[in-house]
Design a protein around this ligand. Structure first.
Ligand SMILES: [Zn+2]
Length: 468
């Protein structure tokens, strides 16, 4: 019985593991490497033969967990991809969107290199195409939460809620290798407790081995007060000034959370009647998945058979989903004030750039940041307080007010991660920390060793450990 660590080791993207047990080879997640210095791994031949993999289990639909699946299919993988119902729908959206980006990026890179006389080490073929992503979608076999899935005669996998995004799971894998019984728990990404729309993470009471993410292993989320209060202040202040509220947002989960919070404020008359737009074809599709799978949502939004249409919390007077390009352009001509949410979340591309161009020079508008802005992104530059920014090759003075909404992280902090382990009544033989920078993983490792006395390690890329 062996576990290979094939990504998200001492870094936060590219989640990928291979379990060899009871004659089966099971991959858990197959995510894209997104940090610049690790991106070459997306192109390099994988460290293990993917065509001998029998099953691929997917914890959730974020790109850093599913983004290399079409690449794997392009290389010949033809076996089942098993994930829970909502993740099946979301992974389809994410993989198809990613395929389009891959094709565009490859074309752009070729054009740029021809101009600069450069040559790419990995050539100019896209990582994968829309057709590869469509082939991957055909292999997806959706399952329900809590129902053990048989993988051959001797292994079962059960998906449990991890509270991170809609459909996110941690996976309990029970192995019986010639009478040697072992339980392995793979965390995927763990969310926060008491979030709207998404269920709290479930707990488990035993495992021989645990692989746990550590994104915020060295941090506690700052308590900046209830989201509704922060948001109401920002909206009311901007409405008084007569401007628009522009919110760059991620299309999955964050966008729906924002719609929920703005909707709550509108329904409680805590903000005036203004137009609220979610301008993103992808966020529109994702919101439809929330409606389709509302039975998996948290209590306040959950639908019941023949009863309440729970996901209606994502509908309210004045709110519109915007998908068509002409409808997006029409937003430019609206008389304010309006709330316009659009992607991408870090302002690196997409429709948000148009809304920024139309509002960033206006003293009466506000740009609201609702999540982490990676270094070098336009979002980071604006959020850091630049006086002037370049958008679509043109310089614009930043006159708009810049605001930050705190507390919307989809990842639990170090206390949440400890809480997720807290129900384990006997120590595992080993806890492996992954999906975190070395600093976060090491800090969390120290805390767990001293508080729980467990064996903890932080594996390196391509480490292989013997289980048993
Ligand atoms: Zn995630």
């Amino acid at each position: 019985m062996k576990l290979h660590f094939l990504g998200a080791n001492r870094q936060v993207t590219g989640s990928r593991y291979l379990l060899e047990a009871a004659g089966k080879r099971i991959m858990i997640d197959c995510g894209m490497f997104q940090e610049r210095k690790f991106q070459s791994r997306n192109y390099e031949p994988p460290p293990v033969d993917l065509n001998t993999v029998d099953y691929l289990l997917l914890t959730h639909a974020h790109l850093d967990h599913c983004g290399l699946i079409p690449r794997m299919v392009k290389r010949g993988y033809k076996n089942p991809i098993i994930t829970v119902d909502p993740s099946a729908d979301l992974a389809e959206i994410i993989m198809l969107d990613s395929a389009k980006i891959q094709v565009e990026d490859a074309k752009y890179k070729l054009k740029r290199h021809l101009k600069q006389g450069k040559k790419s080490k990995f050539g100019y073929e896209p990582l994968y195409t829309v057709e590869d992503a469509q082939e991957a979608v055909k292999l997806i076999e959706p399952v329900a939460f809590h129902e053990p899935v048989q993988l051959g005669d001797s292994i079962t996998a059960t998906f449990h809620e991890s509270g991170h995004i809609l459909g996110s799971a941690f996976i309990e894998i029970n192995i019986n290798e010639n009478g040697n019984k072992q339980t392995l728990v793979m965390s995927g990404d763990i969310g926060q407790w008491n979030k709207p729309l998404i269920n709290d993470p479930e707990l488990f009471n035993r495992a021989d081995y645990i692989v746990m993410e550590s994104t915020y292993g060295d941090r506690l989320h700052k308590d900046s007060g209830p989201i509704e209060d922060q948001l109401a202040d920002i909206i009311n202040d901007t409405v008084q000034r007569g401007g628009n509220i522009i919110i760059p947002t991620f299309a999955v989960e964050r966008a729906q959370e924002l719609v929920y919070f703005v909707g709550q404020l509108a329904k409680a008359d805590r903000i005036p009647d203004i137009g609220v737009y979610l301008d993103s074809p992808m966020a529109t599709r994702v919101t439809k998945v929330f409606h389709r799978w509302c039975k998996y949502l948290d209590e306040e939004a959950r639908c019941t058979p023949g009863g309440r249409k729970g996901a209606d919390v994502l509908k309210f007077d004045g709110f519109k989903l915007v998908s068509a390009t002409e409808d997006s352009i029409a937003l430019n001509t609206l008389k304010g004030p309006n709330v316009i949410m659009s992607s991408s979340g870090m302002c690196t591309g997409g429709r948000i750039k148009h809304h920024l161009k139309n509002n960033i020079t206006r003293h009466d508008s506000t740009i609201v940041f609702v999540g982490y802005q990676a270094e070098g992104t336009l979002g980071r530059i604006i959020s850091n307080g630049a006086n002037e920014v370049r958008i679509h090759g043109q310089n614009f003075p930043v006159n708009a007010k810049i605001a930050h909404l705190h507390g919307l992280s989809a990842h639990g902090d170090s206390e949440d991660l400890l809480r997720w382990l807290s129900n384990c009544n006997t120590p595992p033989k080993q806890l492996f920390l992954t999906h975190g920078e070395a600093r976060g993983a090491d800090a969390l490792s120290k805390v767990i060793k001293s508080e729980l006395g467990w064996n903890v390690s932080v594996p390196e890329y391509q480490d292989v450990v013997e289980l048993g």
